[in-house]
Design a protein around this ligand. Structure first.
Ligand SMILES: Cc1cc2nc3c(=O)[nH]c(=O)nc-3n(C[C@H](O)[C@H](O)[C@H](O)COP(=O)(O)OP(=O)(O)OC[C@H]3O[C@@H](n4cnc5c(N)ncnc54)[C@H](O)[C@@H]3O)c2cc1C
Length: 430
């Protein structure tokens, strides 16, 4: 059953056909025991919702994995999915669009935006938290290409945030997540791109430390068009054996000799790199689901030193079956001042990401062992990338932001969302 009140919110209430209590919802639009789902179509719809509900969970692409608690409202922005290419390479994108659709549209104009590595991830969540994608070395984070945003504030006010208008809000939404308002559209500066070279280099995991050290040296000297991520996957059964590889992306179709040094790194077994459309290199992966318990960890490191590499590989091996991803990010990301946006980890050379898989009934001590081993890397690592952390706590928020950034974010929160209506996120307390 669905009930639509077009006059107020164009709201669709999805009702369980077996539960008679939901008849009351139709009559009163009050929520009894499950999230009410609203699919607004205009910023004014969103404004009405924000002033009417004490707690609102926002969903753009849905990859952040946030559920609306019972009795609260889920704001689904899937109707805000227009992608409009403007003059001068500017592009206005609805936050409910997915990055694959953005790449498809921009590709037809010989343009691209650096976003993430996945087709189905949403524009809203990824941009508000950062956005580490295939052109991070050339163009920085997704949020570094942001020029302006339309934001509906919890007060119901609809504003434009940019360097000139509401500059503090513009600072806060570039890294501060969905804490300050509901963003309906972003205006980005897109970048010229005509195809990429993309593929993998399969590695011998037995010599991983040597491979990673030599790779780091190659990346330090390589032009920024070359982006490489290390990906180690555990075996997921007979059809999916363990994998150790570099995923290579070059922004352009003629790399000259740029890729060659990667091919002679120690441990290289096999190479498969060729021309592709940018939209096609984005993974069509769905949000992971399942019974397995996961211990996720991530950290930035400003110096991917020999000592860190040895310690990291040792930690990774001690986790048993675990994913290890190392994103080499040195480049444009480092050229933005740490206080210019709410994303402050501007010294980073690499982003290190680990996901250790455990049986659903693994004892808490096993989770703790993995967490503490990762934490022991800390003398050589710093901070945390919130977009890759499904864990939400004050401790995580404090790792995401250095103290000065967090205190400025709290001041912005007191200004724009003093009642903490938007709290289903890496929450910045007012
Ligand atoms: C398979 C997969 C691959 C990924 N790959 C990458 C990657 O390559 N690079 C990278 O940087 N990240 C990556 N991520 C992480 C991704 O950036 C985050 O999960 C991000 O939150 C997803 O955004 P979304 O809009 O899809 O999620 P949602 O769940 O819709 O949003 C996440 C949160 O962001 C806030 N939010 C979203 N939209 C709005 C809005 N319009 N206004 C206000 N607040 C809003 C809300 O608090 C919301 O709960 C990946 C995640 C997955 C699951």
């Amino acid at each position: 059953v669905s009930v639509v009140n077009e006059k107020l919110f164009h709201m669709t209430v999805v009702l369980s056909p077996t539960d008679s209590v939901y008849a009351d919802i139709a009559a009163s639009l009050e929520v009894h025991s499950t999230p009410l789902i609203a699919r607004p179509r205009t910023p004014a719809d969103i404004a009405e919702i924000l002033v009417a509900y004490p707690q609102v969970t926002v969903r753009s692409g849905g990859h952040g994995g946030y559920e609306a608690p019972d009795g609260t409202l889920l704001l689904d922005l899937s109707a805000f999915c227009d992608i409009e290419v403007l003059e001068g390479g500017l592009v206005r994108v609805g936050t409910g669009a997915v990055w694959g659709a953005v790449a498809e549209t921009l590709g037809a104009h010989h343009l691209a935006l650096t976003s993430g590595d996945t087709y189905t991830v949403g524009v809203g969540g990824l941009t508000l938290g950062g956005g580490v994608g295939w052109m991070v070395r050339q163009h920085g984070l997704a949020l570094d290409s942001l020029v302006a945003a339309e934001v509906v504030l919890p007060s119901g006010r609809i504003v434009t945030a940019s360097a000139q208008q509401e500059p503090e809000l513009f600072w806060a939404i570039r890294g501060g997540g969905g804490n300050f308002g509901v963003v309906t559209t972003f205006t980005f500066q897109a970048h010229p791109l005509d195809g990429v070279l993309f593929g993998t280099i399969t590695l011998d995991p037995a010599v991983l430390p040597q491979t990673l050290k030599a790779w780091r040296d190659v990346m330090r000297a390589a032009p920024r068009d070359l982006n490489v991520t290390y990906l180690g996957l555990p075996g997921f059964g007979p059809d999916a054996p363990p994998t150790s590889q570099f995923v290579v992306g070059y922004g352009g179709v003629d790399a000259g000799s740029t890729i060659d040094p990667l091919l002679s790194l120690p441990g290289v077994l096999e190479t498969s790199i060729g021309p592709a459309r940018y939209a096609d290199v984005l993974e069509r992966m769905e949000k992971p689901e399942g019974e397995i318990a996961m211990v996720d960890n991530n950290s930035f490191a400003d110096d991917f030193s020999d000592e860190l590499i040895d310690d990291l590989v040792d930690a990774h091996e001690s986790f048993g079956g675990a994913v290890l991803m190392i994103r080499y990010v040195r480049g444009a990301l480092n050229e933005v001042a740490p206080d210019a946006t709410a994303f402050a980890h501007r010294g980073a050379e690499v982003l290190l990401i680990s996901a250790a898989f455990l049986a659903p009934d693994a004892p808490a001590s096993e989770h703790e062992r993995i967490r503490s081993r990762w934490a022991a890397l800390a003398p050589r690592t710093s901070g945390l990338y919130g977009n890759f952390s499904p864990t939400r706590s004050d401790a995580i928020t404090e790792l995401m932001y250095p103290p000065a950034t967090l205190s400025r974010l709290r001041a912005a929160k007191r200004l724009y969302d003093p009642e903490n209506v938007l709290r289903q996120n890496h929450n910045v307390m007012p």
